[in-house]
Design a protein around this ligand. Structure first.
Ligand SMILES: *[C@@H]1O[C@H](CO)[C@@H](O)[C@H](O)[C@H]1NC(C)=O
Ligand SMILES: *[C@@H]1O[C@H](CO)[C@@H](O)[C@H](O)[C@H]1NC(C)=O
Ligand SMILES: *[C@@H]1O[C@H](CO)[C@@H](O)[C@H](O)[C@H]1NC(C)=O
Ligand SMILES: *[C@@H]1O[C@H](CO)[C@@H](O)[C@H](O)[C@H]1NC(C)=O
Length: 387
């Protein structure tokens, strides 16, 4: 009873529009009671496409808590997000009408334990050693360990039944894998990179499946798993390939597509083998590829150059200072050498949220099967009964 009472009091004390470093999200009302009834919170895992500040106090070059990052965010604050504004995961959180989940490493994560949590860490991947070359990070397995820690905290505060229902009905958002290529396999950074691609791909998929299994065992049921984007189209790889005509590095794209194909198949099987599991594949490959190739279809004028960067395609350097920023950021698909911009992230998020996506085959996909997965909007509306 006391436990319940204190829960209610804590909730009542949370300003209705509170969110991490960002009380007003583009005028979107972030009140929790406007959230779809079944979705109490969002929990995020992965890399710099979802990290909202966990790396800020770490010894790593994979940090974005300085200008010009965040310049187009509502607060104009460089929170640690690798974007000029919102990340794809921020837009999804908006669509769910939830407050932004605090980075688990921030004091806010302890102050607001019922508002979800963000475990994502720039530089991280599926494998433990991925991104080591950049410095400290929370690895994929460590993120899951922190989630289990949060689960124990919730059980202590709410009791096991309420905590189980909370986790069952929450959305988990996982965006990982890109760094296993960018900061591991392609760069020959670890022993795993010595494997031929088929074997490396299998290692990624079996490790990832083991991680998803732990989340399932912990009670997660509504899980959105993002595929990897066409990293060969990121400005860094255009710079690296010395192209003068803006083509993507299709070899890199092929590797990533092969991972995505395997991920789809793995998730279909996973859902068949785990009662009540709704672990859905959400494709971002096609949307990002299409924006990069046909920017004008989305109202961009530039699909191949980082707005903030140096040298060809802005891909020769990280985004380090406001003086590197292009004249008109909203015109660019890419914000920096690896990360899409605020506006591009909105298009990606819309696809993840409601896109007509029976996750059809990607460009140059090795698979010809069409799989059907729920959108995140459908996932949110699902009413689950078993815990
Ligand atoms: C990865 O790290 C976790 C600890 O976070 C450890 O339990 C696991 O054994 C490691 N895996 C490998 C393959 O080293
Ligand atoms: C990585 O190793 C492979 C095989 O030894 C080699 O072909 C490739 O050029 C290396 N890549 C880098 C970035 O060093
Ligand atoms: C790009 O040009 C540099 C300098 O000329 C060269 O060292 C490098 O191998 C080239 N890269 C590719 C992928 O052709
Ligand atoms: C497919 O692959 C071929 C050859 O690798 C490449 O030339 C082409 O641009 C790719 N197309 C797409 C849509 O990725």
């Amino acid at each position: 009873m006391f436990q319940l009472l204190s829960t209610v009091i804590v909730l009542a004390l949370i300003p209705s529009q509170w969110s991490w470093g960002n009380p007003m999200i583009d005028g979107v009302n972030a009140q929790t009671n406007n959230a779809p009834r079944d979705v109490p919170a969002i929990y995020l895992f992965g890399d710099s496409t979802a990290d909202s500040g966990n790396n800020n106090e770490m010894l790593t070059i994979a940090r974005a808590n300085f200008p010009p990052y965040g310049r187009d965010f509502d607060t104009r604050h460089a929170s640690g997000r690798f974007s000029n504004g919102k990340m794809t995961s921020d837009w999804i959180t908006d669509f769910l009408r939830l407050p932004l989940a605090p980075p688990y490493m921030s004091p806010e994560a302890q102050m607001f334990p019922f508002q979800g949590a963000n475990f994502a860490s720039a530089g991280a991947g599926i494998l433990n050693n991925t991104g080591n070359v950049l410095g400290q990070k929370i690895s994929g397995w460590q993120q899951i360990e922190l989630f289990l820690q949060r689960r124990n905290e919730l059980i202590a505060k709410m009791g096991v039944d309420a905590a189980s229902t909370h986790l069952r009905d929450s959305i988990l958002y996982i965006a990982t894998g890109g760094n296993d290529y960018i900061h591991n396999w392609i760069t020959n950074d670890t022993d795993a990179a010595l494997l031929p691609h088929d074997q490396f791909n299998n290692l990624l998929l079996t490790t990832f499946e083991n991680q998803l299994q732990v989340l399932y065992n912990a009670g997660a049921r509504k899980v959105a798993v993002l595929g990897i984007g066409p990293v060969g189209c990121a400005p860094h790889f255009l710079w690296l390939s010395n192209t003068t005509t803006g083509e993507c590095m299709e070899t890199v794209n092929q590797y990533v597509s092969q991972f995505n194909d395997g991920l789809r198949e793995m998730l279909v099987r996973f859902n068949q083998q785990h009662q009540g599991a709704h672990f859905v594949y959400r494709d971002i490959w096609n949307t990002v590829y299409s924006m990069a190739k046909f920017p004008q279809n989305y109202g961009f004028t530039n699909g191949d150059t980082a707005c903030c960067g140096l040298d060809h395609y802005g891909g020769g350097s990280r985004c380090l200072s406001p003086s590197m920023v292009c004249e008109n950021p909203p015109a660019n698909v890419w914000w920096d050498e690896y990360h899409p911009s605020h506006r591009a992230n909105n298009f990606i998020a819309r696809q993840i949220w409601s896109g007509v996506d029976p996750s059809t085959t990607t460009h140059n996909s090795t698979s010809t099967t069409v799989y059907s997965f729920l959108t995140v909007q459908q996932l949110a509306a699902l009413e689950l009964t078993d815990v």
